[in-house]
Write a protein that binds this ligand. Structure first.
Ligand SMILES: NC(=O)c1ccc[n+]([C@@H]2O[C@H](COP(=O)([O-])OP(=O)(O)OC[C@H]3O[C@@H](n4cnc5c(N)ncnc54)[C@H](O)[C@@H]3O)[C@@H](O)[C@H]2O)c1
Length: 392
């Protein structure tokens, strides 16, 4: 079970870029980072609007002198301080991620960045190189991957409980954008604008979550070829898609599919993954994240619940359990597990402790690169008539 005493001796001095008032994801970053004593929020450039950035930062308890109107000013001013920031989370719309990550790495900071990490794999590789040169860590917030039952599934698959893995069926298909809601919602508007969102909408916005879920659960999940079909059911969203299907042949013979949609009318979230082996299947759904469906061929269906002694005692799963069996845990806990591990990862690299680093699970820069490469390959396939492409 989670042990509160297992924490850093002192928190990292942390700042945020974006994630200001009314943003969709800002609060969950703060809630997750501040929960376990690994981070202390000391500065921020929280909003694109300079006045709002300062006002919001002060209102949430950050020293007014350290609430900046512009992230570049924040990086420069904080670098002059003996107690300047050491790590920054970037929670702005996608188009800013690359430059902000690059500037922050060059300023000697660790980074937590929202997905997709950037627009091209060349940019992503460049960020990886800078991070390596600077000995800094990058975490990409695939925030669903801190759930314990996801790690239980990973352990069962790794232990061969499912037999040989044949099929991975992934989806993230909500219905919130079944109509043209962007007309009155800036948070949706930028998601369907290529210059801000990048070359995809649902594939980058939610499909990358599903992809990383597959990569995390299934060892050696490596795409060999893929084929993508994407549609803009709300015509004004073209060329960006609000629905997409991806078929994948994986190295080693397994096959996978991924459905990403914002027009699954009536659906709330529908992020599911089903992994099918030669002996059994496993299914996880983020609307019931404390449970895992386990179906062995020829036996009654089983529903495994978080916190029970019958679960495999995978470190990532068990140390992630915060309140034991019988109470609901959710997205906040999942994100906290991610930030907690990342706190230890920063410390490990700062201390040059490779052994400690190897034992920590969190979506790092490779996960970010994979997500961006996936998007590039999907676009290449879809926009050339949904052809099969070798995964590059
Ligand atoms: N990991 C997840 O589960 C998850 C969920 C939602 C969003 N996201 C990602 O988070 C990012 C932000 O999404 P959102 O839905 O919160 O967007 P949003 O539009 O709701 O909020 C964006 C915030 O960033 C601020 N901002 C914009 N440009 C800025 C700049 N140049 N400097 C400082 N602040 C700036 C805005 O003022 C606002 O506070 C996106 O990359 C999105 O893909 C991830």
């Amino acid at each position: 079970m989670f042990n509160e005493e297992n924490r850093l001796k002192r928190p990292y001095r942390w700042a945020m870029i974006g994630g200001g008032r009314g943003s969709q994801i800002g609060y969950i970053h703060r809630s997750a980072a501040l929960r376990d004593g690994q981070f202390e929020l000391v500065a921020g450039a929280f909003d694109i609007n300079p006045e709002r950035a300062k006002e919001f930062g002060s209102n949430i308890g950050v020293d007014a002198q350290r609430c900046y109107a512009d992230y570049k000013v924040m990086l420069a001013e904080e670098a002059k301080r003996a107690d300047g920031i050491e790590v920054v989370s970037i929670a702005t719309p996608n188009k800013f991620h690359y430059q902000m990550c690059k500037d922050a790495l060059e300023a000697g900071l660790h980074i937590v960045c929202e997905k997709p990490l950037c627009f091209t794999s060349a940019e992503a590789e460049e960020l990886k190189k800078i991070a390596e040169d600077k000995k800094k860590m990058i975490c990409v917030t695939y925030g669903y991957t801190g759930y314990q039952m996801v790690h239980q599934a990973r352990k069962m698959i790794e232990n061969g409980e499912l037999g040989e893995i044949r099929i991975i069926n992934m989806q993230f298909a909500h219905g919130w954008h079944s109509e043209e809601v962007e007309a009155n919602d800036p948070g949706t508007k930028w998601r369907v604008s290529p210059e801000v969102a990048g070359s995809t909408y649902v594939l980058g916005d939610i499909g990358t979550h599903s992809l990383y879920m597959g990569e995390l659960m299934v060892p050696d999940f490596k795409i060999e070829k893929l084929m993508c079909s994407r549609q803009s059911f709300i015509k004004s969203r073209a060329p960006l898609e609000d629905n997409a299907f991806v078929l994948m042949n994986l190295k080693g013979g397994a096959v996978a599919n991924l459905w990403a949609s914002a027009v699954n009318a009536g659906a709330i979230h529908e992020q599911k993954i089903r992994v099918i082996g030669s002996k059994a299947s496993i299914e996880w759904w983020d609307e019931h994240p404390n449970q895992l469906v386990y179906e062995v061929q020829g036996q009654p269906k089983q529903l495994l619940d978080r916190g029970h002694g019958y679960l495999m005692h995978d470190d990532a799963g068990v140390t992630a359990d915060r309140i034991g069996c019988g109470h609901a845990e959710g997205l906040f806990e999942s994100w906290s597990n991610l930030y907690k591990n990342f706190g230890f990862a920063m410390k490990a690299i700062d201390d040059n402790d490779k052994a400690a680093l190897d034992g920590l699970e969190f979506p790092g820069v490779e996960a970010g690169i994979d997500g961006v490469r996936f998007l590039e390959n999907c676009v290449k396939s879809a926009d050339n008539g949904s052809i099969w492409v070798d995964f590059e």
